[in-house]
Structures are given as C-alpha cells and as structure tokens.
Ligand binder design. Structure first.
Ligand SMILES: Nc1ccn([C@H]2C[C@H](O)[C@@H](COP(=O)(O)OP(=O)(O)OP(=O)(O)O)O2)c(=O)n1
Length: 171
C-alpha cells in the first residue's frame, strides 16, 4: 500500500459516527491506548475497550472484603443492594439530565465530569456484582447465556440496521 493509501486508512480509522448518523473525524475519542476495530452504520471506527482486570470475580471479592472489614454484611441483603444500585443509577442519570444527547466519548465533558461519571458507574457495578453474589447468580456465566439468547432472538441477518424490538418482527 502506498503512502496515500495509508493516509486514507488512518483517516477512516479515526472516523466516528455521531448519533445523527453523520460520520465525523474527531481528534480524541480513545484514551489510554485501548482501541479495537468496530463498525457503526457501516463505517469502521476505533471502538473503546476496557482493561482486562479486574474481573467480575475480582470485584465481587474486593467488595466482600470491604463489607466484611466493616461488619456491613448485615445490611447488604438483596433488596437493600437493589435499592442502593437503583439509587446509584439515579446519580448517573443526574449527570446526563438536561444536557441533550451527547456524542460517544463525551467530547464536551470536563475531566472532572468524566471522573464523576466513572465513580457513579463504578458504584452501580459494585452493587450489581454484590446483588448477583447475594442472589447466587454467577454473573459472568449468566451473561454468556443471556448473550447467546439475544443472538438467537435477534439474528444479525434479520435485524441488521434496525432497532425494532423482537416482538415487532413479522414471522
Ligand atoms: N452501606 C454501604 C455504603 C457504601 N458502600 C460502597 C459501595 C459504593 O461503591 C459506595 C457508595 O457510597 P455512598 O453511599 O457514599 O455513595 P456515593 O459514593 O455515590 O456518594 P454520594 O451519594 O455522596 O454521591 O460505597 C457500600 O458498599 N455499602
């Protein structure tokens, strides 16, 4: 591939599709060097990826240590954990409310707003993982089973490019 071709490829991999469907070239949407190829509306772009650690089991164990050290297990029954998680979801919602739709990567948010969001999303995850533990749901395996079901319910060949719910598709 010539120099020109490489430049085109670079531009394409920097393209991001905004919520209204326009493809934009943006300067910064992947941080910490994590990136994987993705597809959005037929366009290739760098998909944001996570660090591999901690695993869900790591998070479950760390939260169990946190609650044991404080003798808080007595308060952490399933219903309380569910209410705590929903409360934290509300805190995430507060960060988004009245701002209108935002593009992937939250380009207009300050570092402090991003950190606040990271903290609130972490609270949701921590309570979700502990809720699953206390309900004896093996969350990593349950997710695999559920994703297999989702693939059966929404075959890519049938639903490609459509966001309709499965009940809206004619047999
Ligand atoms: N009884 C508790 C209280 C807190 N936590 C842990 C899990 C959450 O990650 C975090 C929640 O702490 P807060 O209830 O203080 O909530 P925030 O951190 O969101 O603070 P604020 O509500 O002031 O934004 O601490 C916990 O496991 N059990």
């Amino acid at each position: 591939m010539g120099e020109h071709g490489q430049e085109k490829l670079q531009l394409r991999s920097d393209a991001l599709v905004s919520p209204n469907g326009d493809t934009k070239i943006i300067e910064k949407h992947v941080e910490n060097g994590h990136a994987a190829p993705g597809v959005n509306g037929g366009q290739e772009y760098k998909r944001y990826t996570f660090s591999p650690q901690p695993t869900l089991e790591d998070i479950r164990r760390m939260q169990a240590e946190f609650t044991d050290e404080r003798n808080w297990n007595q308060f952490h029954q399933p219903r309380n954990l569910l209410l705590a998680m929903v409360g934290e979801v509300g805190e995430v919602s507060e960060l988004f409310q009245w701002r209108g739709e935002v593009a992937e990567g939250l380009p207009d948010w300050t570092e402090s707003e991003r950190e606040h969001l990271a903290q609130e999303l972490s609270d949701v995850l921590i309570y979700l993982v502990e809720l699953a533990e206390k309900c004896h749901v093996d969350l990593p395996q349950a997710v695999l089973r559920k994703m297999a079901l989702n693939r059966l319910k929404y075959p890519a060949s049938k639903v490609h490019g459509s966001a309709k719910k499965y009940t809206e598709y004619n047999e």
